[in-house]
Ligand binder design. Sequence first.
Ligand SMILES: *Cc1c(COP(=O)(O)O)cnc(C)c1O
Length: 512
Amino acid sequence: MPAHDFGSSVELALSASNHLFNARNASRYVAQVLQGVNTVATKIEGTEHPFTGVEPARLKERVAAVDLDLPLEDTAAALAELEDVYLRDAVYFHDPKYAAHLNCPVVIPALVGEAILSAVNSSMDTWDQSAGATMIERRLIDWTAGRLQLGSAADGVFTSGGSQSNLQALLIARNHAVAVLRRETANAALRLPLLLDRLRIFASADSHFSIQKSASMLGLGYDAVISVPCTADHRMDPAALAAALVEATDAGLVPMAIVGTAGTTDFGSVDPLREIAALSRTYDSWFHVDAAYGGGLIVSSRYRNLLAGVGLADSVTVDFHKTFFQPVSSSALLVRDAAMLRHVTYYADYLNPESAAKAEIPNQVDKSIQTTRRFDALKLWMTLRVIGADGIGALFDEAIDLAARVGGLLAADPDFELETDPQLSTLVFRYRPTADGVPVTEDVADALNPAIRAAVFATGQAVVAGTRVNGRQYLKFTLLNAEATLEDIAEIVELLRCAGAQLLAVNKKDNA
Ligand SMILES: *Cc1c(COP(=O)(O)O)cnc(C)c1O
């Protein structure tokens, strides 16, 4: 359409405005959202596998074939098309045979919250864009900090995910460390890069890669992260941490932060938080706890004790979109001392002038590294109001118990090796059968296990993850589905065994 064709452009705006969500169109909204909701519900009712095994190239073709400059007739037509380009081949986390990553089945009250928060579309940066939403977010931050026992001066903010929470924690830790360094007269006038060069972050060898990425984004570089060895159960070894701290400080380096992980992504292992807290106090280092995965333990009735010591942290990451069964995204960063959030405060005249802070107008942007920000807190609010904290905790407890039972199954199975006993709801294991009483070699197992994973993924019958431990290839289950049964997981184990035996047989034939 030529740009100067005002007549038809006005007409277009008139018809497009029928799609604006407002009082006039409220009934259209209801009708169309119901169509969408019905489409998903029908889909979920009819889905028998977590995936179809579609190849990326096939989907790329189908998506590329859509003419984005030519809209369809209506929402119904777009939903029909969506079946082809998305819904048929999506990966479904609610399916009991999805056992790969830290994705959870989601709870319905949170989906109701999701519909409401995106329709009202509050933005959490300032009070004049959010009002009650800000109060609800603040209440949930206080509730979470209370459960973590961070003390009465605690505060925090919702974020997009654990990676962002970790980044913000380390940003605060970095700026705090720089502020402390600048108090020394020799450093007062030094430019920032010279100070940053001396800062180090300590995290276990099994910590999340977002620690390295954060270090990179913070101008420190990957190699500012000192990897602390773990004991055999994949928890940080406090003696190794103590030694690393001595070595770094002897070299004139500054331990800016120590990161304890409460629930490592692969093993669910919880670092010895009390010991780490004591060392961080000795070295005047920021103690951050990455509880992106283990955070759900704060509502667990049976396993809450696994988080003992978390209340000693200076900051904590919690991912509600993992172990609180919330839709992506929903996470929070909590800090022990609310005043530390000043390290991310920047007053902009047009948005959040300093005068507003002085007048105590609650502008959440003062605490966040985002500006426009979703009201994700509403999903958790609805969840707590309908299901309750104990109910959510019970769902996580089920997943932890299931993992223990699957651990027993795998440990007793001569074709599989369990790397370590499950600590939360993950299992790291590999297929390594024996032939004539001798297990296949490490190298054969290394080739075999990623191939098994790919083969099962290609059938779509189950989705499992893979990881490396000490340079060797393993398979991984992450269990977060309270409705999955031991039989469901045993069936996945059979799929893996079958695929493995077939791959081995083909291998043998090729070598014969
Ligand atoms: C998942 C995870 C993260 C990252 O969280 P996202 O929400 O995916 O950004 C960080 N740390 C740990 C331990 C995790 O398991």
